[in-house]
Design a protein around this ligand. Structure first.
Ligand code: SF4
Length: 703
């Protein structure tokens, strides 16, 4: 029998709606959902090829597997044995070494319901905040930026603003490749209105930069100097909204004093661009009826990512470019459900429904809602510190779900070392060939896209229903179910109670999650599965009694801070964590390609997606290549202080002399190394703990 099921694409944070066609238990086709407000029927090449990633069971994890000793081969096991073993080993470590001796490392690709149960297990039952996620590598600097400036996480903008903006500033975002369906919307808006201006800030001349009205090819990591210089020029030109600053913000005078040190010539010199180009960008931004900035990993994946976010938000506040149609700072979520994960508090530095670990009132609220006591007030360890604690033996058991840290973390040699030293490693995965799977003592087969049900939240705070179109193959199970089963067993061992995990469906999980949001900034007390199915995807907040979600936030100039005022932050420019020198003279920047997604565990299964870029390459400017006697196609060794890999060389003028570029996707499944993160730096932002995956000092020589 043929069926058509409404769901979403599982790749990027655009969150496109899809209609999944299935027949006789197999997914046979896909179409964009014409009624979904993210994509109105459109899909990019990755989304269109999704059925091809699930049609073959080759490479899927189909049964639980257990190994009895390190070095032994994992053997197939039944679910009861696997769940019992995970619960027994975790409970044993907790009893012997305390709750902070275990950790959970999960994923922005889990559904909100999966995330919720993981978070409740860690924080509500085990009483550790050692639960972090690959979203730490993705959006955490955007989160700290929003919280520091506006008092709460989440963008103030919505997708409608793409069509309403008059000036669009892209900063650290190759949106044409990373968020292609939204980029199409922008292209159409620009084609319909020739007065729309695009400013692209990117060290590389990407396809998008080539289409821009102004391309600012700044030196990697100099974004704060650029934004400070632009603010200096806005002040000089009187392009501020002084009444708005006085009525709705705090801290402008300190910022003004700081940006005196960034006149356009000084800022432009730091950035390596022309002074007049910086001034032009400031004037277009400040004088525009509606200026929208779109930003992503280029700002976030930095040892000063929070400062970069704040310096950009400073511009929006000073020129009142937010809280009105077509304007605002808009962080583009990398992963499909990084936002949903934050809503349930599934990170080491937050509690459920945007509550704070360090806030006793918030902990008490959550204790009352969950019916527990003694929530930990110790912040958990964020991703880089978490694996370091595994490496040095403080964390003894780690459970990794739906992510591949032995490819995506910086300086992956350390992560390999950590997992080899851990006493007990659980990996919950759909795909058998990731770089992390070999480290699993217990491998748990997870359902994948098209096979499970729940909700996700996209970049504009819009919650969509995700529906299973087919059953999961073999013995694979939905992630929430697996965690719920282990949690019940741990609960029985630790407390002989069994009340915290009564869930028998994703809907039961969602209903508990939404109850926790009531009265909070992200209140979805009025939203149920039934509402989502009847009215379609909705933005939060959506409180009880609301007819619809809220498109824009802070339109009345009242922010989520204690006094209702937004905060300016004086952000001095600071250099990248690792400077180039005579031994490592190139600035390595990393990024995405159009048709691959993250570590390729899914897109790497589709031959057609290699047509755009059949292999990874290191891009180098022709003068640098000529100076080294290298030519296009030569194999070169890219080496940093931490590791090295061999890649073919691609000679191009798209990068500046002194900078090289490598894609992030290829890994141990395809290469004789773990990929470009063999070389990257584990330095993290002091506020967000997000690592500087975007920049490292490297040398390049013939292989
Ligand atoms: Fe999927 Fe993102 Fe492409 Fe939409 S834009 S189809 S969500 S990968």
């Amino acid at each position: 029998m043929k069926t058509v099921t409404r769901s979403t694409c599982c790749y990027c944070g655009v969150g496109c709606g899809v209609l999944v066609e299935a027949e006789d238990g197999r997914i046979t086709g896909i179409a964009g959902d014409p009624d979904h407000p993210a994509n109105f029927g459109r899909l990019c090449t990755k989304g269109r090829s999704l059925p091809l990633t699930v049609q073959s069971m080759t490479g899927r994890v189909l049964h639980p597997e257990i190994r009895t000793a390190r070095g032994a081969k994992r053997e197939a096991a039944d679910w009861t044995s696997a769940l019992d073993l995970v619960a027994q080993r975790f409970a044993q470590v907790i009893e012997q070494h305390g709750p902070d001796a275990v950790a959970f490392y999960i994923s922005g690709q889990l559904l909100t319901e999966d995330y919720y149960v993981f978070n409740k297990l860690a924080k509500g039952l085990v009483k550790t905040n050692n639960i972090d996620t690959n979203s730490r590598l993705c959006m955490s600097s955007a989160v700290t930026g929003y919280k520091k400036a506006f008092g709460a996480d989440g963008p103030p903008t919505c997708y409608e603003d793409l069509e309403l903006a008059q000036t669009v500033l892209f900063a650290g975002s190759n949106m044409a490749y990373a968020h292609p369906v939204l980029f199409r919307r922008l292209e159409e808006a620009k084609a319909a209105n020739p007065d729309v201006r695009w400013i692209v800030v990117d060290p590389r001349r990407t396809d998008m930069a080539a289409m821009a009205d102004l391309h600012l090819a700044i030196q990697p990591g100099t974004d704060v100097a650029l934004f400070n210089g632009m603010l200096h020029h806005l002040i000089w030109e009187g392009l501020l909204d002084r009444a708005y600053i006085d009525a709705h913000t705090v801290g402008f005078d300190a910022l003004k004093a700081l940006v005196r040190e960034y006149p356009p010539r000084v800022a432009a010199d730091i950035c390596g661009i022309e002074e007049h180009a910086l001034m032009q960008a400031a004037e277009w931004f400040g004088a525009s009826p509606a200026a929208l900035s779109l930003y992503c990993m280029g700002l976030n994946q930095s040892s000063h990512g929070t400062d970069k976010n704040l310096a950009l938000i400073n511009l929006h506040l000073a020129a009142r470019q937010l809280g009105k149609p077509g304007a605002g700072p808009f962080s583009l979520t990398g992963q499909p459900n990084a936002m949903g994960g934050r809503e349930v508090g599934g990170m080491a530095t937050m509690l459920a429904a945007h509550r704070d670990i360090g806030n006793a009132e918030h902990r008490a609220e959550l204790e009352a809602l969950w019916g527990v006591s003694g929530l930990s007030d110790r912040p958990g360890l964020p991703a880089v510190e978490m694996f370091e604690a595994v490496r040095n033996g403080k964390i003894k058991a780690v459970w990794i779900a739906c992510t591949n840290p032995v490819h995506s973390m910086p300086d992956i040699a350390r992560v390999r070392e950590a997992l080899a030293r851990a006493e007990f490693v659980v990996v919950q995965e759909a795909f058998a060939q990731t770089d992390t799977v070999p480290y699993a003592d217990v491998l748990l087969p997870a359902a994948s896209w098209g096979e499970k049900s729940g909700t996700v939240t996209n970049s504009e705070r819009r919650i969509s229903r995700v529906q299973a179109a087919v059953d999961a193959p073999g013995e694979a199970k939905p992630d929430w179910w697996i965690v719920n089963e282990v949690a019940r067993r741990i609960e029985a061992r630790l407390s002989s109670m069994s009340t915290l995990f009564p869930f028998d469906s994703p809907q039961a999980v969602f209903d508990e999650h939404r109850a926790l949001t009531v009265g909070r900034d992200l209140d979805i007390g009025g939203l149920s599965y039934a509402t989502l199915e009847a009215q379609g995807p909705q933005q939060w907040p959506f409180a009880a009694g609301a007819a619809h979600g809220q498109a824009r936030r802070y339109a009345d100039g009242t922010f989520a801070t204690g006094d209702g005022r937004a905060r300016f932050h004086a952000t001095p420019y600071l250099p990248v964590a690792e400077s180039v020198d005579a031994r490592y003279p190139f600035r390595l920047v990393t990024g995405r390609l159009r048709d691959q997604w993250h570590g390729m565990s899914r897109t790497g299964r589709v031959g057609a997606l290699f047509a755009h870029a059949p292999e990874p390459a290191l891009t180098m400017h022709r003068t640098d290549a000529a100076r080294r006697g290298l030519k296009d196609g030569d194999l070169v060794t890219v080496a940093s202080r931490r590791g090295a890999l061999v890649l073919p060389l691609q000679v191009s003028d798209d990068v500046a002399s002194g900078t090289v570029f490598a894609p992030m996707h290829w890994n141990g499944q395809f290469l004789n190394s773990g990929g470009i993160n063999e070389t990257t730096v584990p330095a993290v932002d002091p506020h967000s703990a997000q690592p500087e995956l975007k920049h490292a000092a490297v040398r390049v020589q013939a292989a």
